[in-house]
Ligand binder design. Structure first.
Ligand code: UFG
Length: 331
């Protein structure tokens, strides 16, 4: 079975490639290297550098390999940037997905796992968000992912392209064997920034608001280990193989941690002080995002293996210590 992974040089995509290869699956990577890293791609994996919006490029890749299914990660994914530059997000995320689906249709590839997000929900109405909650995105990033989910539904109907969209909550951590990790430039995510402070690469962590309606006033998120997340993709592929469908599943642990709790856990794990200061709220941040992942449990048989925050942060810490400059040897 050959699986095309778009965005295979990115954080989650590179972990997915690693897991697929550990399970002896054939993998083909597409990445534009707009945000991905050449260093995240192993030399023995077929890799094509190019843009999904380029249909001739896609035809070359689909013609060169007999692709059975696609896992589609490639996208721009920064909430803040999507607010300031929405057209970039519509162009790259929606445009890329349209072009990819057209190529799949031309080459009769009928299965796709799509990387969606909790940002499709917007400001949640319930403590535990499930897939039937209203989807009212508060930023263009979430909106583009929702548009693609809807496109997938109609593509299933019209062309028989079946899909499972996985709505990620806060993905964190690194490969437990230390082979891959998280490297964004610039980094905006809480856990890697906190660990950069522990490494002495940053002076302090800015806490974006402590006046939210939560017990300690800081935002609560549901952190999920990247390997657990990737496992769900493989289960979703099996599911599509056995029963063609169009589905949406949340991926989270169902347990929330505040920004303060994350910082305190990182202090314990790293043994560093990690200075923090309270700053004003970041635009577009909901107070609390916690998943009900019951459906993924029932429908995919998914059970997270590393749900505790300590393990998630410990694995990220191991990666950041061994790769203080990420994939690039920056000086
Ligand atoms: N935070 C800080 N200081 C920082 C960085 C983050 O206080 O320097 C806070 C944020 O305000 C937020 C929490 O830490 O309350 C987590 O922030 P992240 O930036 O790590 O993650 P987000 O929750 O903003 O976003 C993540 C993904 C998005 C996805 C979203 C869905 O990056 O792609 O989860 O829940 F849309």
């Amino acid at each position: 079975m050959t699986i095309l992974v778009t965005g295979g040089a990115g954080y989650i995509g590179s972990h997915a490639v690693l897991t697929l290869k550990r399970q002896n699956k054939d993998v083909v990577i597409i990445d534009s290297l707009q945000t991905g890293h050449q260093g995240a791609i192993d030399q023995d994996t077929p890799y094509y550098e190019g843009d999904l919006r380029d249909s001739e490029f896609l035809d070359r890749v689909f013609s060169a390999h007999s692709i059975d299914a696609v896992i589609h990660f490639a996208a721009n994914s920064l909430v803040g940037e999507s607010v300031t530059d929405p057209l970039k997000y519509y162009d790259n995320n929606v445009g890329g997905a349209i072009s990819l689906l057209q190529a799949m249709n031309r080459h009769e590839v009928k299965k796709i796992i799509f990387s969606s997000t909790a940002a499709t929900y917007g400001e949640p109405e319930s403590e535990l968000i499930d897939e039937n909650d209203p989807t009212v995105p508060t930023n263009p990033y979430g909106e583009t992912k929702l548009v693609i989910e809807k496109m997938l539904k109609w593509a299933g109907n019209a062309y028989g392209i079946h899909s499972i969209s996985l709505r990620y909550f806060n993905v964190a951590g690194a490969d437990m064997e230390g082979e891959k990790g998280e490297d964004h430039n610039p980094e905006t995510h809480l856990i890697p920034i906190v660990l950069q402070v522990a490494l002495g690469q940053r002076e302090k962590i800015s806490i974006f608001g402590n006046d939210y309606p939560t017990p300690d006033g800081t935002c609560i998120r549901d952190y999920i280990h990247v390997q657990d997340l990737v496992d769900a993709h493989l289960l979703a592929l099996d599911k599509l193989e056995k029963s063609p469908q169009t589905a949406v599943n949340n991926l989270g642990n169902g347990q929330g941690f505040s920004v303060m709790e994350v910082i305190e856990t990182a202090r314990r794990i790293t043994g560093h002080d990690i200075p923090a200061s309270i700053e004003k709220r970041r635009e577009g941040d909901p107070a609390m995002l916690v998943a009900s992942a019951e459906r993924a449990g029932k429908e995919l048989g998914w059970r997270p293996k590393h749900p505790d925050l300590e393990t998630i942060i410990q694995s990220a810490w191991q990666w950041h210590q061994s790769h203080p400059n990420g994939y690039t040897a920056r000086t």
